[in-house]
Design a protein around this ligand. Structure first.
Ligand SMILES: [Ca+2]
Ligand SMILES: [Ca+2]
Ligand SMILES: [Ca+2]
Ligand SMILES: [Ca+2]
Length: 479
């Protein structure tokens, strides 16, 4: 051990090489020597360092001792993976003389020493952009380090897959890294000459733009709009910024902001727009961006249809006579947006498919306003004037045998009928059955009494053009 001590005391500036033990190396055909400690003089080392000493060629080394400032640190019997230098707990700037003593199988030994300088303080730097758990980047990432420690040896990007994906070893401390296809997260490492590493918050890698869905919320058929319209556009994938344009005009703009500690996202964009009354095809352009700056766009066309349905039929017709306490209208319409519903005088009063009802009210002319709406709230208006008639025609027999009369041969009946809206016909009923009718005024019937029995009943019945009926009292005749 005396030689080792003397070697340590000899000098601090040069690597020292020594040999000793027996047999004397003068007689040894391959004298044992430690030709290198594996360290370089003045090397700065951190708390832990692997190094590889070198022996003279052919040496059969069986044991190695590592000394720090002459004190045995440890003994190694296997150094194929290198020797480990442990200097933890030592002050930065401390010089240590590291001595490697190698023994061969004969017990002879040789040693070499190297001075190292302790540095256990990782470097510092100001990293931009500032990283963090919420910082997302995509595409080409440029990272700069400024205000770096004097002993900075390397700046690198270290992936969450355990791989260093990019590094620089000299100023300017700038890394330009294409993130596409790389790990999902990278951290910034700065390492000094001693191998001390400091990790700075890194960046979430995101090269996937948000997804823009198809618009929903159409009142009628998909892709068709009219007037003031609200549609929803579903978004996914962390949209942080949206822009919606209709025919090139910005109609919605939203930004969720972005700081190292927060940002906002949205899962939907809106189209709130009055498409007006001009038939056309409008173009909607949607742009969305995530925090990492990935952008997606989507365009779609909307058919602007401000036209109401086409009314294909509406009954009763204008001027029609109607009777009863309720008037029923049947209305048919078509529309490319789909027909929503009809209404009469502002009332959706259905009495069946395509059928509306309204109270008849007093006799006389009655004008009704109809609207038929499509699913976009466009409507078409139609009017109908009908004539309400719930008044029976007047009917009197002007000449005929009286009730209870005896008759023979052919007997004539004359009658008068009248109605404000016209008489449709007068019927002759014998024994309750219609046997003749007369549709022109000056109503007159000839009854061949021989066709009937000894006694039979005679009545007249008048219809007005609305269908109201007046029946005379029964006259019973005898033959
Ligand atoms: Ca340092
Ligand atoms: Ca994304
Ligand atoms: Ca329409
Ligand atoms: Ca009438």
């Amino acid at each position: 051990m005396g030689k080792a001590r003397s070697a340590a005391a000899a000098a601090l500036v040069a690597t020292l090489i020594a040999a000793g033990g027996s047999p004397a190396y003068a007689d040894d055909p391959a004298p044992l020597a430690v030709t290198s400690t594996g360290l370089s003089e003045g090397q700065v080392v951190g708390p832990s360092l692997l190094f590889h000493p070198v022996w003279s060629e052919g040496a059969n080394v069986t044991k190695v001792e590592v000394y720090a400032d002459g004190v045995l640190s440890y003994t190694a019997l296997n150094w194929t993976a290198g020797l480990c230098l442990r200097l933890s707990g030592k002050q930065d700037g401390t010089e240590e003389l590291i001595t490697i003593r190698a023994y061969d199988s004969t017990g002879a030994w040789a040693e070499a020493s190297t001075h190292v300088v302790v540095d256990q303080t990782p470097p510092t730097a100001t990293i931009s952009p500032v990283g963090g758990s919420l910082v997302q980047v995509g595409g080409v990432l440029t990272v700069n380090a400024t205000d770096v420690s004097d002993d900075l040896a390397e700046m690198s990007l270290y992936g969450n897959n355990g791989v260093t994906v990019a590094s620089v070893t000299s100023a300017p401390w700038t890394i330009t890294y294409d993130t596409v296809g790389g790990p999902q997260r990278v951290y910034v490492h700065v390492t000094d000459r001693a191998g001390n590493t400091r990790e700075y918050a890194g960046y979430q890698i995101d090269n996937q733009p948000p997804t823009i869905g198809d618009p929903t919320g159409f009142r009628g058929r998909v892709g068709r709009v009219s007037g003031a319209t609200h549609l929803d556009i579903p978004l996914s994938g962390g949209a942080n910024h949206i822009e919606v344009r209709v025919d090139g005009t910005l109609t919605e703009s939203w930004d969720g902001g972005h700081s190292p500690t927060s940002y906002g996202t949205t899962n939907g964009a809106d189209i709130d727009y009055n498409f007006g009354t001009t038939p056309r095809t409008a173009t909607v352009d949607v742009l969305v961006r995530d925090v990492a700056g990935n952008t997606a766009t989507k365009s779609f066309a909307l058919i602007v249809d401000p036209t109401g349905p086409t009314i294909t039929s509406l009954t009763p017709a204008n001027g029609a006579l109607v009777r009863g306490s309720t008037i029923y209208f049947t209305i048919h319409a078509t529309d490319p947006d789909g027909v929503a519903y009809p209404e009469v005088n502002g009332c959706y009063c259905p009495s069946g498919p395509d059928r509306l009802f309204v109270a008849a009210g007093a006799d006389g002319s009655k004008t009704l306003v109809f609207r038929v709406y499509d699913n976009l709230f466009n409507f078409t208006t139609a009017t109908r004037t009908v004539i309400v008639d719930n008044t029976r025609p007047t009917l009197t027999i002007t000449s005929a045998p009286k009730n209870g009369a005896h008759v023979k041969g052919t007997v004539k009946i004359n009658a008068a009928a009248a109605d404000r809206n016209g008489v449709a016909r007068v019927e002759l009923l014998i024994n309750g059955k219609v046997v003749a009718q007369d549709v022109t005024a000056g109503y007159s019937f000839a009854v061949n009494t021989t066709k009937y029995g000894k006694t039979f009943n005679v009545q007249l019945r008048a219809y007005d053009r609305a269908g109201n009926v007046t029946t005379t009292s029964t006259r019973t005749w005898h033959r």
